[in-house]
Ligand binder design. Structure first.
Ligand code: SF4
Length: 418
Protein backbone atom coordinates (compact mmCIF):
# COMPACT_ATOMS: atom_id res chain seq x y z
CA UNK A 1 0.00 0.00 0.00
CA UNK A 2 1.42 3.44 -0.84
CA UNK A 3 2.47 5.33 2.29
CA UNK A 4 2.13 9.13 2.36
CA UNK A 5 3.80 11.44 4.86
CA UNK A 6 5.39 14.87 5.00
CA UNK A 7 9.12 14.14 4.93
CA UNK A 8 10.36 17.00 7.13
CA UNK A 9 9.23 15.51 10.48
CA UNK A 10 11.46 14.12 13.25
CA UNK A 11 11.03 12.11 16.40
CA UNK A 12 13.06 10.63 19.27
CA UNK A 13 11.20 10.03 22.54
CA UNK A 14 12.45 12.17 25.44
CA UNK A 15 10.69 10.04 28.06
CA UNK A 16 8.88 13.09 29.37
CA UNK A 17 5.91 10.90 30.38
CA UNK A 18 3.35 13.33 28.97
CA UNK A 19 1.57 10.76 26.80
CA UNK A 20 1.21 8.50 29.86
CA UNK A 21 -0.43 11.34 31.80
CA UNK A 22 -4.08 12.19 32.06
CA UNK A 23 -5.19 10.71 28.69
CA UNK A 24 -7.14 7.51 28.72
CA UNK A 25 -5.47 4.49 27.13
CA UNK A 26 -8.13 2.26 25.57
CA UNK A 27 -7.35 -1.41 25.06
CA UNK A 28 -9.15 -4.49 23.81
CA UNK A 29 -10.10 -7.53 25.91
CA UNK A 30 -7.32 -9.47 24.18
CA UNK A 31 -4.70 -6.82 25.06
CA UNK A 32 -5.97 -6.69 28.66
CA UNK A 33 -5.71 -10.48 29.06
CA UNK A 34 -2.24 -10.51 27.50
CA UNK A 35 -1.00 -7.88 29.99
CA UNK A 36 -2.64 -9.63 32.96
CA UNK A 37 -0.48 -12.70 32.30
CA UNK A 38 2.74 -10.67 32.68
CA UNK A 39 4.83 -10.46 35.79
CA UNK A 40 5.50 -6.75 36.38
CA UNK A 41 7.37 -5.54 39.50
CA UNK A 42 5.13 -3.29 41.61
CA UNK A 43 1.91 -4.40 39.88
CA UNK A 44 -0.37 -6.92 41.56
CA UNK A 45 -3.23 -7.82 39.24
CA UNK A 46 -5.01 -9.82 41.98
CA UNK A 47 -5.05 -7.01 44.57
CA UNK A 48 -5.24 -3.77 42.54
CA UNK A 49 -7.85 -2.62 40.04
CA UNK A 50 -5.68 -2.08 37.00
CA UNK A 51 -8.35 -1.85 34.26
CA UNK A 52 -11.86 -0.39 34.01
CA UNK A 53 -14.58 -0.65 31.37
CA UNK A 54 -14.40 2.10 28.74
CA UNK A 55 -17.47 4.30 29.26
CA UNK A 56 -17.88 5.21 25.58
CA UNK A 57 -17.08 1.85 23.93
CA UNK A 58 -18.45 -1.04 25.94
CA UNK A 59 -16.24 -3.67 24.25
CA UNK A 60 -13.06 -1.82 25.32
CA UNK A 61 -11.23 -1.26 28.59
CA UNK A 62 -9.01 1.59 29.86
CA UNK A 63 -5.90 1.46 32.02
CA UNK A 64 -6.49 3.03 35.44
CA UNK A 65 -4.49 6.01 36.68
CA UNK A 66 -2.39 6.58 39.76
CA UNK A 67 -1.60 10.20 40.62
CA UNK A 68 -3.11 11.19 37.24
CA UNK A 69 -0.60 8.98 35.36
CA UNK A 70 -0.87 5.56 33.74
CA UNK A 71 -0.55 2.90 36.44
CA UNK A 72 2.26 1.28 34.40
CA UNK A 73 4.41 4.43 34.35
CA UNK A 74 7.48 3.88 36.55
CA UNK A 75 9.20 6.52 38.70
CA UNK A 76 11.89 6.78 36.01
CA UNK A 77 9.14 7.82 33.51
CA UNK A 78 9.55 4.53 31.64
CA UNK A 79 6.68 2.19 30.85
CA UNK A 80 6.89 -0.91 33.08
CA UNK A 81 5.45 -3.18 30.36
CA UNK A 82 7.98 -1.91 27.84
CA UNK A 83 10.85 -2.05 30.33
CA UNK A 84 10.24 -5.63 31.51
CA UNK A 85 8.65 -7.29 28.45
CA UNK A 86 9.43 -5.16 25.39
CA UNK A 87 7.45 -2.73 23.27
CA UNK A 88 5.42 -5.36 21.42
CA UNK A 89 3.36 -6.23 24.52
CA UNK A 90 2.11 -2.67 25.06
CA UNK A 91 -1.42 -1.84 23.84
CA UNK A 92 -1.59 -0.72 20.21
CA UNK A 93 -2.63 2.82 21.28
CA UNK A 94 0.68 3.24 23.16
CA UNK A 95 2.79 1.72 20.39
CA UNK A 96 1.31 4.04 17.76
CA UNK A 97 1.84 7.31 19.64
CA UNK A 98 3.08 9.86 18.55
CA UNK A 99 2.20 8.64 15.06
CA UNK A 100 -1.21 9.19 13.63
CA UNK A 101 -1.86 6.56 10.96
CA UNK A 102 -4.88 6.37 8.68
CA UNK A 103 -5.76 3.65 6.17
CA UNK A 104 -7.86 5.23 3.43
CA UNK A 105 -10.60 3.77 1.25
CA UNK A 106 -8.43 4.02 -1.86
CA UNK A 107 -5.70 1.78 -0.39
CA UNK A 108 -3.40 4.64 0.59
CA UNK A 109 -1.98 4.76 4.11
CA UNK A 110 -1.02 8.15 5.52
CA UNK A 111 1.01 8.99 8.60
CA UNK A 112 1.92 12.11 10.50
CA UNK A 113 3.63 12.76 13.76
CA UNK A 114 1.52 14.32 16.49
CA UNK A 115 2.69 17.81 17.37
CA UNK A 116 1.28 17.50 20.87
CA UNK A 117 4.35 15.39 21.65
CA UNK A 118 7.08 17.78 22.85
CA UNK A 119 9.75 15.68 21.09
CA UNK A 120 8.05 16.16 17.71
CA UNK A 121 7.75 19.90 18.24
CA UNK A 122 11.46 20.11 19.04
CA UNK A 123 12.22 18.74 15.53
CA UNK A 124 15.02 16.48 16.71
CA UNK A 125 15.61 12.76 16.37
CA UNK A 126 15.11 10.42 13.44
CA UNK A 127 13.40 11.52 10.26
CA UNK A 128 9.89 10.12 9.76
CA UNK A 129 11.00 8.11 6.69
CA UNK A 130 13.22 5.94 8.90
CA UNK A 131 10.07 4.69 10.70
CA UNK A 132 8.53 3.47 7.39
CA UNK A 133 8.64 -0.25 8.31
CA UNK A 134 7.16 0.36 11.79
CA UNK A 135 4.41 2.56 10.35
CA UNK A 136 3.47 -0.12 7.78
CA UNK A 137 3.38 -2.82 10.48
CA UNK A 138 1.15 -0.65 12.71
CA UNK A 139 -1.08 0.20 9.74
CA UNK A 140 -1.60 -3.55 9.18
CA UNK A 141 -2.70 -4.00 12.79
CA UNK A 142 -5.11 -1.09 12.35
CA UNK A 143 -6.73 -2.74 9.29
CA UNK A 144 -8.42 -5.19 11.61
CA UNK A 145 -9.60 -2.62 14.15
CA UNK A 146 -10.73 0.52 12.35
CA UNK A 147 -12.97 1.35 9.41
CA UNK A 148 -11.12 2.61 6.35
CA UNK A 149 -11.25 6.41 6.10
CA UNK A 150 -13.01 8.48 3.50
CA UNK A 151 -13.48 12.25 3.09
CA UNK A 152 -15.64 14.73 1.23
CA UNK A 153 -14.83 18.22 -0.03
CA UNK A 154 -17.98 19.67 1.56
CA UNK A 155 -21.54 18.46 2.29
CA UNK A 156 -22.42 18.61 -1.44
CA UNK A 157 -19.21 17.63 -3.24
CA UNK A 158 -17.53 14.28 -3.00
CA UNK A 159 -14.61 14.09 -5.39
CA UNK A 160 -12.33 11.04 -5.44
CA UNK A 161 -9.75 10.94 -2.64
CA UNK A 162 -7.03 11.29 -5.28
CA UNK A 163 -8.59 14.62 -6.34
CA UNK A 164 -8.74 15.80 -2.73
CA UNK A 165 -5.03 15.00 -2.41
CA UNK A 166 -4.29 17.14 -5.48
CA UNK A 167 -6.26 20.03 -3.94
CA UNK A 168 -4.44 19.63 -0.61
CA UNK A 169 -1.11 19.60 -2.45
CA UNK A 170 -2.02 22.91 -4.12
CA UNK A 171 -2.75 24.50 -0.74
CA UNK A 172 0.47 23.10 0.65
CA UNK A 173 2.49 24.56 -2.24
CA UNK A 174 1.47 28.15 -1.65
CA UNK A 175 1.05 27.95 2.13
CA UNK A 176 4.67 26.85 2.48
CA UNK A 177 5.95 29.29 -0.15
CA UNK A 178 8.15 31.71 1.77
CA UNK A 179 8.11 34.25 -1.08
CA UNK A 180 4.77 35.39 0.38
CA UNK A 181 4.44 36.68 3.93
CA UNK A 182 2.56 34.34 6.31
CA UNK A 183 -0.56 36.46 6.61
CA UNK A 184 -0.95 36.65 2.83
CA UNK A 185 -0.67 32.86 2.51
CA UNK A 186 -3.37 32.28 5.13
CA UNK A 187 -5.63 34.97 3.67
CA UNK A 188 -5.20 33.51 0.17
CA UNK A 189 -6.17 30.05 1.47
CA UNK A 190 -9.39 31.48 2.92
CA UNK A 191 -10.18 33.25 -0.37
CA UNK A 192 -9.57 30.05 -2.34
CA UNK A 193 -11.88 28.06 -0.05
CA UNK A 194 -14.54 30.73 -0.52
CA UNK A 195 -14.04 30.68 -4.32
CA UNK A 196 -14.59 26.92 -4.52
CA UNK A 197 -17.63 27.03 -2.25
CA UNK A 198 -19.54 28.73 -5.09
CA UNK A 199 -21.62 26.19 -7.08
CA UNK A 200 -20.30 27.54 -10.43
CA UNK A 201 -16.73 26.53 -9.40
CA UNK A 202 -17.55 23.03 -8.17
CA UNK A 203 -16.27 21.46 -11.38
CA UNK A 204 -12.73 22.63 -10.47
CA UNK A 205 -12.99 20.57 -7.31
CA UNK A 206 -14.60 17.49 -8.83
CA UNK A 207 -12.15 17.34 -11.72
CA UNK A 208 -9.03 18.64 -9.95
CA UNK A 209 -6.02 17.52 -11.97
CA UNK A 210 -2.42 18.50 -12.48
CA UNK A 211 -3.56 22.02 -13.52
CA UNK A 212 -5.14 22.71 -10.11
CA UNK A 213 -1.91 23.51 -8.27
CA UNK A 214 -0.58 25.70 -11.09
CA UNK A 215 -3.90 27.62 -11.34
CA UNK A 216 -4.11 28.08 -7.56
CA UNK A 217 -0.57 29.45 -7.44
CA UNK A 218 -1.28 31.83 -10.35
CA UNK A 219 -4.45 33.04 -8.64
CA UNK A 220 -2.56 33.69 -5.40
CA UNK A 221 0.18 35.62 -7.22
CA UNK A 222 -2.36 37.72 -9.15
CA UNK A 223 -4.34 38.49 -5.96
CA UNK A 224 -1.49 39.64 -3.72
CA UNK A 225 -2.02 43.38 -4.30
CA UNK A 226 -5.76 43.08 -3.65
CA UNK A 227 -5.20 40.97 -0.54
CA UNK A 228 -2.66 43.46 0.84
CA UNK A 229 -5.15 46.26 0.18
CA UNK A 230 -7.95 44.48 2.09
CA UNK A 231 -5.54 43.74 4.93
CA UNK A 232 -4.40 47.36 5.14
CA UNK A 233 -7.65 48.82 6.51
CA UNK A 234 -10.15 46.15 7.58
CA UNK A 235 -13.22 47.18 9.56
CA UNK A 236 -12.77 46.59 13.31
CA UNK A 237 -14.27 43.39 14.71
CA UNK A 238 -17.71 43.76 16.26
CA UNK A 239 -18.48 42.46 19.77
CA UNK A 240 -19.92 39.18 18.46
CA UNK A 241 -16.84 38.44 16.33
CA UNK A 242 -14.53 39.29 19.22
CA UNK A 243 -16.39 36.93 21.54
CA UNK A 244 -16.41 34.12 18.97
CA UNK A 245 -12.66 34.43 18.46
CA UNK A 246 -11.85 34.45 22.15
CA UNK A 247 -14.22 31.51 22.71
CA UNK A 248 -12.39 29.54 20.00
CA UNK A 249 -8.99 30.39 21.50
CA UNK A 250 -10.39 28.99 24.76
CA UNK A 251 -11.61 25.92 22.84
CA UNK A 252 -8.22 25.29 21.24
CA UNK A 253 -6.53 25.13 24.64
CA UNK A 254 -8.82 22.56 26.28
CA UNK A 255 -5.89 20.18 26.68
CA UNK A 256 -6.98 18.93 30.09
CA UNK A 257 -10.58 18.43 29.01
CA UNK A 258 -10.58 14.71 29.84
CA UNK A 259 -9.62 15.54 33.41
CA UNK A 260 -12.12 18.41 33.53
CA UNK A 261 -14.95 16.05 32.57
CA UNK A 262 -14.17 13.87 35.59
CA UNK A 263 -14.35 16.63 38.18
CA UNK A 264 -17.51 17.34 40.11
CA UNK A 265 -20.29 19.41 38.48
CA UNK A 266 -19.73 22.45 40.73
CA UNK A 267 -16.04 22.48 39.74
CA UNK A 268 -17.13 22.30 36.11
CA UNK A 269 -19.36 25.33 36.73
CA UNK A 270 -16.37 27.38 37.77
CA UNK A 271 -14.68 26.26 34.53
CA UNK A 272 -17.69 27.55 32.54
CA UNK A 273 -17.30 30.86 34.40
CA UNK A 274 -13.62 31.01 33.36
CA UNK A 275 -14.52 30.28 29.70
CA UNK A 276 -17.08 33.09 29.81
CA UNK A 277 -14.57 35.48 31.35
CA UNK A 278 -12.04 34.52 28.67
CA UNK A 279 -14.63 35.08 25.91
CA UNK A 280 -15.25 38.57 27.28
CA UNK A 281 -11.53 39.37 27.15
CA UNK A 282 -10.47 39.38 30.80
CA UNK A 283 -9.85 35.69 31.48
CA UNK A 284 -6.59 33.81 31.80
CA UNK A 285 -4.89 31.09 29.73
CA UNK A 286 -3.64 29.48 32.94
CA UNK A 287 -7.17 29.10 34.34
CA UNK A 288 -8.23 27.13 31.24
CA UNK A 289 -5.10 25.05 30.76
CA UNK A 290 -2.65 24.10 33.48
CA UNK A 291 0.31 24.07 31.06
CA UNK A 292 -0.14 27.74 30.13
CA UNK A 293 0.78 30.87 32.14
CA UNK A 294 -1.45 33.17 34.13
CA UNK A 295 -2.58 35.96 31.79
CA UNK A 296 -5.55 37.49 33.64
CA UNK A 297 -6.71 40.77 32.22
CA UNK A 298 -4.79 40.57 28.91
CA UNK A 299 -7.22 40.47 25.99
CA UNK A 300 -6.19 37.69 23.52
CA UNK A 301 -7.05 40.10 20.67
CA UNK A 302 -4.88 42.91 22.02
CA UNK A 303 -1.93 40.69 23.02
CA UNK A 304 -0.66 40.27 19.44
CA UNK A 305 -0.63 43.99 18.64
CA UNK A 306 2.87 45.49 18.44
CA UNK A 307 4.55 42.12 19.07
CA UNK A 308 7.81 41.32 17.25
CA UNK A 309 8.32 37.81 15.90
CA UNK A 310 11.71 36.05 15.96
CA UNK A 311 12.73 35.04 12.47
CA UNK A 312 12.42 31.30 13.10
CA UNK A 313 9.40 31.55 15.44
CA UNK A 314 6.87 30.17 12.96
CA UNK A 315 9.00 27.44 11.35
CA UNK A 316 7.40 24.66 13.38
CA UNK A 317 3.90 25.94 12.56
CA UNK A 318 4.52 25.71 8.80
CA UNK A 319 5.94 22.26 9.34
CA UNK A 320 2.71 21.32 11.10
CA UNK A 321 0.61 22.75 8.25
CA UNK A 322 2.71 20.82 5.70
CA UNK A 323 2.27 17.57 7.61
CA UNK A 324 -1.49 17.98 7.85
CA UNK A 325 -1.94 18.82 4.18
CA UNK A 326 0.35 16.07 2.91
CA UNK A 327 -1.46 13.39 4.89
CA UNK A 328 -5.01 14.81 4.65
CA UNK A 329 -5.30 14.34 8.41
CA UNK A 330 -7.40 17.44 8.90
CA UNK A 331 -10.54 15.95 7.41
CA UNK A 332 -12.36 12.64 7.14
CA UNK A 333 -12.42 9.75 9.61
CA UNK A 334 -11.21 9.61 12.35
CA UNK A 335 -10.31 13.29 12.86
CA UNK A 336 -13.71 14.64 13.96
CA UNK A 337 -15.35 13.81 10.62
CA UNK A 338 -14.74 17.26 9.17
CA UNK A 339 -15.06 17.89 5.44
CA UNK A 340 -12.04 19.20 3.52
CA UNK A 341 -13.60 22.68 3.55
CA UNK A 342 -14.25 22.62 7.31
CA UNK A 343 -10.80 21.18 8.00
CA UNK A 344 -9.17 23.93 5.91
CA UNK A 345 -11.13 26.61 7.79
CA UNK A 346 -9.92 25.06 11.00
CA UNK A 347 -6.29 25.19 9.78
CA UNK A 348 -6.73 28.80 8.61
CA UNK A 349 -8.07 29.95 11.95
CA UNK A 350 -5.33 28.06 13.80
CA UNK A 351 -2.92 30.79 12.64
CA UNK A 352 -4.46 33.78 14.50
CA UNK A 353 -5.30 31.45 17.41
CA UNK A 354 -1.70 30.24 17.67
CA UNK A 355 -0.46 33.84 17.36
CA UNK A 356 -2.75 34.93 20.15
CA UNK A 357 -1.71 32.14 22.55
CA UNK A 358 1.98 32.69 21.74
CA UNK A 359 1.63 36.46 22.31
CA UNK A 360 -0.19 35.95 25.62
CA UNK A 361 2.63 33.65 26.78
CA UNK A 362 5.25 36.22 25.76
CA UNK A 363 3.36 39.03 27.54
CA UNK A 364 3.03 36.89 30.68
CA UNK A 365 6.82 36.67 30.53
CA UNK A 366 7.02 40.48 30.08
CA UNK A 367 8.55 40.15 26.61
CA UNK A 368 7.75 42.11 23.47
CA UNK A 369 8.89 39.35 21.12
CA UNK A 370 7.49 35.95 20.25
CA UNK A 371 9.99 33.10 20.18
CA UNK A 372 10.12 29.63 18.65
CA UNK A 373 9.49 28.29 22.15
CA UNK A 374 6.26 30.32 22.59
CA UNK A 375 4.97 28.96 19.27
CA UNK A 376 5.97 25.35 20.09
CA UNK A 377 4.17 25.49 23.43
CA UNK A 378 1.04 26.88 21.77
CA UNK A 379 1.21 24.25 19.00
CA UNK A 380 1.58 21.37 21.50
CA UNK A 381 -1.68 22.49 23.10
CA UNK A 382 -3.71 23.21 19.98
CA UNK A 383 -2.69 20.04 18.17
CA UNK A 384 -3.73 18.03 21.20
CA UNK A 385 -7.19 19.58 21.16
CA UNK A 386 -7.59 19.19 17.41
CA UNK A 387 -7.02 15.46 17.52
CA UNK A 388 -8.94 14.68 20.69
CA UNK A 389 -11.64 17.21 21.54
CA UNK A 390 -15.09 16.72 20.07
CA UNK A 391 -15.64 20.49 20.38
CA UNK A 392 -14.69 21.09 16.75
CA UNK A 393 -17.21 18.55 15.49
CA UNK A 394 -20.10 20.55 16.98
CA UNK A 395 -22.22 22.42 14.42
CA UNK A 396 -22.18 25.85 16.08
CA UNK A 397 -18.39 25.69 16.57
CA UNK A 398 -17.98 24.92 12.85
CA UNK A 399 -20.24 27.89 12.08
CA UNK A 400 -18.14 30.13 14.36
CA UNK A 401 -14.98 29.03 12.54
CA UNK A 402 -16.62 29.75 9.18
CA UNK A 403 -17.64 33.27 10.35
CA UNK A 404 -14.05 34.01 11.39
CA UNK A 405 -12.86 32.90 7.92
CA UNK A 406 -15.02 35.45 6.09
CA UNK A 407 -13.07 38.19 4.33
CA UNK A 408 -13.59 41.22 6.63
CA UNK A 409 -13.36 39.30 9.91
CA UNK A 410 -10.28 37.31 8.94
CA UNK A 411 -8.56 40.44 7.58
CA UNK A 412 -9.08 42.14 10.92
CA UNK A 413 -7.68 39.13 12.82
CA UNK A 414 -4.66 38.89 10.51
CA UNK A 415 -3.78 42.60 10.30
CA UNK A 416 -1.44 42.66 13.35
CA UNK A 417 0.33 39.43 12.31
CA UNK A 418 3.51 39.06 10.21
S1 SF4 B 1 4.99 12.71 24.93
FE1 SF4 B 1 6.47 12.22 23.30
S2 SF4 B 1 8.50 12.58 24.22
FE2 SF4 B 1 7.02 12.46 25.91
S3 SF4 B 1 7.07 10.29 26.55
FE3 SF4 B 1 5.39 10.50 25.07
S4 SF4 B 1 6.32 9.99 23.06
FE4 SF4 B 1 8.02 10.41 24.50
Amino acid sequence: MPLKFFADQYFACKNCGKCCGIWEVPLTQEEKERIEKLSIPGIDFSKNKIFSKNKKHKSLYVINKKNRCCIFLGADKLCLIHKHHGEQLKPLTCRIYPFDIINWDDDVTSATLRYDCPAVCSQSGKKICSFGTDISALAKELYKKRKFADARYNRKLKPKLSNLRIIAEAYKNFLLDTRFRPTIRIFAAAKLIEFHSRPENSVDVLEAGSFFSRDAMELVKRSIKDLEFILSEPAPLNLHEKMIFRFLVGGFIRSDEEYAMKILPFARLSRVKEILKFSLGSGSLGKLCAQLPETSGIDPLEAVKGMKWDEDALDIYWNYIGSRLESLHFCGFPCLGLTFEEGMQHLIISYPVLASISALSARADKRGNITKDDVSKALIIIDHTFSRSQLFAIGYVKRMTAILCTEGTLASLLKPLP
